[in-house]
Design a protein around this ligand. Structure first.
Ligand SMILES: *[C@@H]1O[C@H](CO)[C@@H](O)[C@H](O)[C@H]1NC(C)=O
Ligand SMILES: *[C@@H]1O[C@H](CO)[C@@H](O)[C@H](O)[C@H]1NC(C)=O
Length: 456
């Protein structure tokens, strides 16, 4: 054997040994981080804080001055620029379509605000105080539940959504069907800083700390064992809850399962370069290829960088600016529902949603003045605790459902580095980022199938 061959054999064996050693280290679960379960996030000092642990009924009641002021703002001449010739939503929200939406908002939606407000109040709302924060939530007990297995289900929304995303799926979940042995009792909070839930006054309120607040909420309500479902930030927070409170979370179901575990990122890199090795034939058409995914990420993640670094500046631009707020939020409901909607002059907004539903969601941000606080979640999310949590294995039964046009997807192999008990993995050939609103029946059935498979 020549020297060079011997050298190569030795170095590659060493390399392999290092790889195996690191793989073994990396594939081991880290222990869950120990977080302070009573950490105070309200304003000022915690010293004089006495938590008001009562759970009070809450009613959405917007004062009439706010509504008439909003009408006045929406009546001012819009100094928008014409879109470039032939451009739909490719440069952002189309200003012609925005004019239509503002007109509908002012002349139709706000005229019947009392009706819309009553609709938002159709479920029972409550508030309580957790760790210094006022927390708002919807709670719906099941109907016709005799003889059924009632499962408590924490439903989590994301950004730029709200509890309004969940209005169509809640009745499906809470109405017992003769053919199903299960029915759900739903708890749907506004995430802290979103809607009627107070945002933190202190830095460091990351997606791990939010998980603590939400588990405390569930404990306050007496749910020792429950399921969590979420997409978007709700997915990340729900996953953290399963990692931090495995004794409480009996199932985790998500329409945006993501694994940022180092080995998952490695698997993702392999998929980028050797797609045929990672994906079966069917999946090759489902997943975006590497160049598509990179292009999509570059074109569509500007908001993410902005909100991660300067949430308060962009928040200021959108505060008390209903026209800008609607454009900023609804652009996401267009593109994240289907990226091809960028080519449609109306952004395809009403293909799957009603304008009333979309405006309800914008209104929630507007009336609670919560756009800035909602965006701070991006700035806090990249914490050390979160990086650590990515390496905590989740043994809770997990169900991952993917809708074709969502903003990103992971393969089972990527997810299995973190989710060690993936009992259901599904792919739907359409649908986007807001399935609870767009495809409530499909999402409901997927969740039900998961619960059966996991025998919860
Ligand atoms: C990968 O598979 C596709 C069919 O799904 C095929 O067209 C393509 O040539 C394959 N690429 C490589 C590098 O084998
Ligand atoms: C990636 O997908 C796009 C759209 O389907 C296609 O045009 C492009 O050729 C694909 N690129 C590679 C490297 O397969």
């Amino acid at each position: 054997m020549g020297f060079l061959v011997r050298f190569l054999v030795v170095t590659s064996s060493l390399g392999l040994a290092v790889l195996i050693q690191n793989y073994r280290l990396l594939s081991r679960s880290l222990p869950a981080p120990q977080l302070d379960l009573n950490e105070y996030w309200g304003p000022g000092s915690a010293e004089n804080y006495v938590e008001d642990t009562t759970v009070k009924p809450f009613n959405i009641k917007v004062n009439t001055e706010l509504i008439s002021d909003l009408k006045a703002q929406l009546s001012r001449p819009l100094k928008l620029h014409e879109p470039l010739e032939g451009v739909a939503f490719q440069y952002g929200f189309n200003s012609k379509e925005l004019q239509n939406i503002i007109k509908y908002w002012r002349d139709t939606y706000l005229r019947k605000w009392d009706e819309n407000e009553a609709f938002l109040n159709k479920f029972a709302h409550f508030e309580t105080q957790i760790q210094g924060l006022r927390m708002h939530f919807i709670q719906v007990k099941p109907k016709n539940a005799e003889g059924k297995k009632v499962l408590p289900l924490l439903l989590l929304h994301g950004w730029p959504g709200s509890v309004r995303e969940l209005y169509d799926i809640i009745p499906l979940l809470t109405t017992a069907k003769p053919e199903s042995e299960y029915v759900f009792e739903v708890i749907a909070p506004s995430l802290p800083g979103f809607g009627w839930s107070q945002g933190a006054s202190k830095v460091g309120f990351d997606t791990a700390r939010i998980a603590v607040v939400l588990d405390n909420l569930m404990q306050r309500l007496g749910y020792d064992k429950y399921i969590v479902h979420g997409g978007d930030w709700g997915a990340r927070i729900g996953s953290n809850m399963a990692a931090l409170f495995p004794q409480h979370i009996i199932g985790y179901h998500s329409n945006l399962c993501v694994a940022l575990h180092p080995l998952a990122l490695f698997s993702k890199a392999v998929r980028a370069w050797l797609p045929n090795f990672s994906l079966n034939l069917e999946q090759r058409t489902f997943f975006r290829n590497f160049s598509e995914e990179s292009a999509y990420l570059l074109e569509e993640s500007g908001y993410l960088h902005l909100q991660t670094t300067k949430p308060d500046t962009i928040g200021t631009a959108l505060t008390d600016n209903p026209v800008g707020l609607a454009a900023y939020i609804l652009e996401k409901f267009s593109t994240w529902t289907n990226p091809s909607f960028r080519k449609l002059p109306d952004g395809g907004l009403t293909k799957h949603y009603t304008l009333d539903a979309l405006l309800d969601n914008v209104m929630i941000y507007y009336i609670t003045n919560s756009i800035t606080t909602s965006q701070r979640i991006y700035a806090e999310a990249l914490s050390e605790t979160q990086t650590h949590l990515e390496r905590v294995h989740i043994l809770t039964p997990t169900g991952c459902v993917r809708f074709k046009w969502d903003i990103m997807h992971a393969t089972d192999n990527e997810l299995k580095h973190k989710y060690k008990n993936l009992v259901q993995s599904t792919f739907y050939s359409d649908g986007g980022h807001f399935p609870a609103m767009e495809k409530p029946q499909t999402l409901y059935e997927d969740l039900l199938a998961f619960v059966k498979k996991a025998a919860l």
